[in-house]
Each structure stands twice: as structure tokens, then as C-alpha cells.
Design a protein around this ligand. Structure first.
Ligand SMILES: [Zn+2]
Length: 70
């Protein structure tokens, strides 16, 4: 019949979205936030209120709440 079902069907899944972290403005490459632990090669995943590194689990919270001090 068909091919071996154990062979995973490859979906149209994007491999790495690293390109998303790069922006080019005025001919300059502007990178997104990267992990201070892993180095510039590892970018931080953007969550709702924090940045997260999937490699070393480094988490950086946005300090929006403490921005306005009374
Ligand atoms: Zn990291």
C-alpha cells in the first residue's frame, strides 16, 4: 500500500525562526534579545511578560510593573 507509517510525515513546519529575530534597518542588522548565559547565538523566546531561553531556562521578566513607582 502506502509507505511505511512509522516514517514521520513531515509537516510544513518551520525549522528555526531565528530569522525573525533579525531586523534590517538602514542597512544595519538589529538583533533581538539574546541569552546572556548562552551567548549571542541563542535568542530568548518572547512570552507575555517575560523573555525565556529554551536552552538554559534563563528567564528575564519585563519590569513594566515596577516602571511607575509611587
Ligand atoms: Zn540560555
Amino acid at each position: 500500500m502506502t509507505k511505511n507509517p512509522s516514517k514521520r510525515k513531515r509537516k510544513n513546519k518551520p525549522t528555526s525562526k531565528k530569522y525573525k529575530f533579525y531586523k534590517i534597518e538602514d542597512g544595519k542588522i538589529i538583533r533581538g534579545r539574546f541569552c546572556p548565559r548562552c551567548g549571542p547565538g541563542v535568542f530568548l523566546m518572547k512570552a507575555k511578560d517575560r523573555l525565556y531561553c529554551g536552552r538554559c531556562h534563563y528567564t528575564e521578566f519585563f519590569s513594566t510593573e515596577n516602571k511607575e513607582k509611587k
